[in-house]
Every structure is written in structure tokens, then in C-alpha cells.
Ligand binder design. Structure first.
Ligand code: 5GP
Ligand code: ZN
Length: 120
């Protein structure tokens, strides 16, 4: 699996070739607002490495995915989600056609904020 796919939308966003509203960035991760938010808070967390979906994950990716899960609540709070337990958010990883995945670069949706939400 190559590190970047020149035809991938999220690889282009990570590279800055397509503009996005950045939430967070480090060596391994890029986080940006979803262009069509379902809720007051809706951002996408992506590894900089081009992994098409959760279906391609290997044991070596455990640390990366663990870091994403630990970072999600921190960024949710930073972006306006109220504290637990009244506040909260959903973490969704659509995978494959039956999972409703449209962009084939692994991403976690973090969706939250006061209801009502557009979806869910
Ligand atoms: P999926 O259906 O693959 O889980 O989610 C892809 C998400 O990417 C969708 O929620 C969609 O709104 C978002 N998206 C698609 N194109 C762009 C874009 O160019 N910029 C941003 N920020 N989000 C995008
Ligand atoms: Zn990609």
C-alpha cells in the first residue's frame, strides 16, 4: 500500500491541494471539518498515510487507531461538545459500500453538539 494516492480526495486535503478547515494536525494525523455537517460539531479524523478503510487495518496500525480514539474526545470538547455525560458525540467509521463509505481513505467521523441533528 503506497503512503499517498494522487487521486484520493483526502490525500489532496492533507497535502493542502484542496482547502479545508483544519482542526488539528500532527505527524501522523490530520483533522478537518466535514464540508456537509450533520450536527453542530462534525469533523473528520484521518491518518496521513493512505489506508483505504478499516478493512485494510493491520496489527501495526493499532497504535495509530488508538491515538485517534484518545484524541477524539479532546478535539470534540475543543470544538464545542459539552462535557460527559450530558454532552457527547458519536464516532463513526463507514467502511465499504454496505457501510456507506464514499471516500476511500480511512476516516473517523466525530459528530456531536446539542441536538437536533440533521441525521440520527
Ligand atoms: P463517508 O461517507 O466516506 O464516510 O464520508 C465522507 C465525508 O466526507 C462526507 O461526510 C462528506 O461530507 C465529506 N466530504 C466530501 N468531500 C469533502 C471535501 O471536499 N471537504 C470536506 N471537508 N469534506 C468532504
Ligand atoms: Zn488518501
Amino acid at each position: 500500500m503506497s503512503l499517498h494516492d494522487p487521486n484520493c480526495l483526502f490525500c489532496k486535503i492533507i497535502a493542502g491541494q484542496i482547502p479545508s478547515k483544519k482542526v488539528y494536525e500532527d505527524e501522523e494525523l490530520f483533522v478537518f471539518h466535514d464540508i456537509h455537517p450533520w450536527a453542530p460539531v462534525h469533523f473528520l479524523m484521518v491518518p496521513k498515510q493512505h489506508i483505504p478503510s478499516m478493512a485494510q487495518l493491520q496489527p501495526e496500525h493499532a497504535g495509530l487507531l488508538g491515538r485517534m480514539m484518545v484524541l477524539a474526545p479532546q478535539l470534540a470538547a475543543q470544538e464545542g461538545c459539552r462535557p460527559y455525560p450530558q454532552g457527547g458525540f458519536r464516532v463513526i467509521a463507514n467502511t465499504g459500500d454496505d457501510g456507506g463509505q464514499e471516500v476511500h481513505h480511512l476516516h473517523l467521523h466525530v459528530i456531536g453538539g446539542p441536538r437536533p441533528w440533521l441525521k440520527g
